[in-house]
Design a protein around this ligand. Structure first.
Ligand code: EPU
Length: 418
């Protein structure tokens, strides 16, 4: 088990550079196997989810060379092979091999995807879309077998603008015959990033960033390169940290438009922000107003910011409300925050947070990625020492988190224990 130990209460000053977006990188890497030649992906975050995806590409006969934050992926010899349970279940994004392999090889055998336990996380929209494109789907125990002699463009309406389904269906449709329309598509920046790579490979996709995406199928996809966009969830996490213990803390390599929903809430609370297009300086203010937040799809307040934000709301003067609308089980950090001195009540998917409450260091557990991030924030502002167990979850999505925080003055260490 890996643990993070934090001696809280330090003021953070200096600069933090935001890495490439996890949720784009985990789709761009599988998307590369649609290419008949070679793909270069730059600004790839060094997170543990990346390793699992590279293992799958290598299993499928792809060749991956890694140099710092760049991946060179030769996918000219890709074969369709069964993606076994031990690889598929390591992360949610293994499901992107469904769309990509179906497009490239017309056949996929893959076990259930894994990922954080934050709700039901069905993939029925993905499967229904593959069927509309002409695929048949069968199950052998926990293995999906998805096959098509022929993929034909069609019109697909998503019941909910799912990020995963939008990307997976784009991946399958780029090599279908004719035109596919994805309606009620998701608009998150990661969709734009993946569509941009596919278009650079020769795909014909329009409407990225709107709720209707149109894809004209093509036969061949050639070599291309793409840069992973900055991670708005990571940037949001550090902006929240800066709101609590920052003194002119500079958050660099951001895209301001991706952060608008968070910045507006931080301004309402009273956080001191100096906002530029590609960096923001954040400092703690003396008094914070309580606010209400509802998580929404992009461009609304991202569900992934909800758990880190809960910690900031414990320091606002009065009652704040956080309503989570995307996942059923995204408040697993609350019992641990209460153990540290917070006063939070949860009913179904809504949290009532009574502040301000000083937090006190304690032994707590990261139960999922963003719950883990919220406990890091709590540990940073708490009096005394906080020990967070099972931080493997955090390392799935935050590149060099311990180093980034240490560099700006935090007292934090990562240790391996038996
Ligand atoms: N949904 C269905 N059926 C489907 C697909 C989705 O009912 O076929 C429901 C889900 O159950 C959920 C909602 O729709 O309630 C949203 O799901 P979506 O497909 O949008 O999310 P996802 O692809 O499972 C990705 C990220 C999440 C992030 C969400 C929202 C990856 C691998 N995961 O999940 O990231 O929270 O989009 O932006 O990209 C994280 O980074 O901690 C994380 C969980």
């Amino acid at each position: 088990m890996k643990q993070i130990i934090i001696d809280g209460g330090k003021t953070l000053k200096g600069e933090i550079t935001i890495s490439g977006m996890k949720n784009a990188a985990v789709a761009l890497i599988p998307a590369s196997i649609l290419c008949d030649e070679e793909i270069t992906i730059t600004n790839v975050p060094n997170i543990s989810d990346k390793k699992a995806l590279i293992d799958i590409i290598e299993l499928l006969n792809g060749n991956v060379i890694e140099k710092e934050h760049t991946l060179y992926i030769d996918t000219s010899k890709i074969e369709s092979k069964t993606i076994p349970e031990n690889l598929a279940s390591k992360l949610r994004a293994s499901y992107y091999f469904m769309g990509a392999l179906l497009g490239r090889k017309r056949k996929v055998e893959i076990y259930f995807p894994g990922g954080c336990n934050i709700g039901n996380r069905k993939i029925d929209f993905h499967l229904k879309g593959f069927q509309l494109l002409g695929a048949t789907i069968s199950m052998e125990h926990d293995k999906y077998i998805i096959e098509a002699d022929h993929l034909k463009g069609t019109s697909i309406h998503l019941d909910f603008p799912s990020v995963g389904a939008t990307i997976n269906l784009m991946l399958a449709a780029v090599k279908a015959e004719g035109t596919t329309l994805i309606q009620n598509a998701a608009k998150e920046p990661e969709i734009f990033n993946v569509g941009e790579l596919l278009n650079k490979m020769g795909a014909k996709i329009s409407g990225l960033g709107t709720n209707t995406i149109q894809i004209e199928g093509v036969d061949y996809l050639h070599k291309a390169s793409i840069e992973v966009l900055p991670d708005r969830i990571e940037a949001g996490t550090y902006l929240i940290i800066g709101s609590l213990i920052g003194e002119q803390l500079k958050i660099k390599n951001i895209i301001k438009e991706h952060l608008e929903a968070l910045l507006s809430k931080l301004q309402n609370i009273g956080v001191l922000l100096d906002i530029h297009d590609d960096y923001i300086t954040v400092s703690k203010a003396e008094f914070y107003h309580p606010i209400n937040i509802k998580t929404l799809v992009y461009p609304g307040f991202v569900t992934d910011w909800g758990q880190p934000m809960t910690v900031l709301l414990t320091q606002c003067d009065g009652k704040s409300i956080l309503e989570e609308t995307i996942y059923e089980n995204r408040m697993a950090e609350v019992p641990f925050l209460n153990k540290m001195g917070a006063k939070i009540e949860v009913e179904e998917q809504t949290a009532w947070i009574n502040g301000p409450t000083p937090l006190i260091g304690a032994e707590v557990e990261a139960t999922d990625l963003r719950a883990g991030a919220s406990l890091v924030i709590a540990g940073l502002i708490a009096n005394g020492v906080t020990t967070i167990n099972h931080v493997e979850y955090i390392l799935r999505g935050y590149e060099r988190i311990v180093e980034k925080l240490t560099n700006v003055g935090a007292s934090i260490e990562l240790i391996d224990i038996e």
